[in-house]
Design a protein around this ligand. Structure first.
Ligand code: ZN
Length: 173
């Protein structure tokens, strides 16, 4: 098992749009396994490659978050092609945005198309938690954090808190 370091806000790398994958080779399979290891260890229900410093269009997710079963799904070059309805995802969080939970406006259902890890075309029609995970992870691939989708006031408070913590760790270095 290999665990990757998860980049944290305000790391600028998280703002990079990712590149689509042209060839799914052994190196990509290894990235996928490492992403899954890292997601289950965190633990989280989804992880985008960009969060570990790899600017490729890959996400892994497991909305059951079952460590034992390890029944995760992979999407390569995913795109949301249909959205429907509106919902509030309660208490959303992100491994790259520690110590923040917030309600986020999301679409109720989405249809996502992409490739599976073998390069087969895949289409997922999602609602509930899976729909929210897909929207959250695909946002990452476009350089968007859930922080960008919460109220301006809450965002400012969080930014201030992070800046203060960074200053304090500078002093102790
Ligand atoms: Zn996230």
């Amino acid at each position: 098992m290999s665990f990757l370091e998860i980049l944290k806000y305000p790391d600028e790398f998280l703002r990079h749009p990712t590149k689509p994958i042209q060839t799914i080779n052994d190196a990509i399979q290894e990235v996928i396994e490492n992403l899954a290891d890292t997601m289950y260890q965190a633990p989280g229900v989804g992880l985008a490659a960009i969060q570990t410093g790899i600017d490729k269009s890959i996400i892994v997710f497991d909305h059951e978050a079952n460590l034992e079963k390890r029944d995760f799904q992979v999407l390569i070059n995913p795109e949301i092609i249909i959205t429907n309805g509106k919902t509030i995802s309660e208490n959303e969080g992100c491994l790259s945005v520690p110590d923040l939970r917030s309600d986020v406006k999301r679409y109720e259902t989405v249809v996502v198309e992409g490739l599976d890890r073998f390069g087969n075309k895949t289409r997922i029609e999602a609602d509930g938690l899976l729909s929210i995970i897909l929207q959250h992870e695909i946002d990452h691939l476009n350089g968007i954090l859930f922080l960008d989708r919460i109220s301006a006031l809450k965002r400012q408070l969080y930014k201030k808190k992070v800046q203060k913590a960074l200053k304090q760790s500078d002093k102790t270095d």
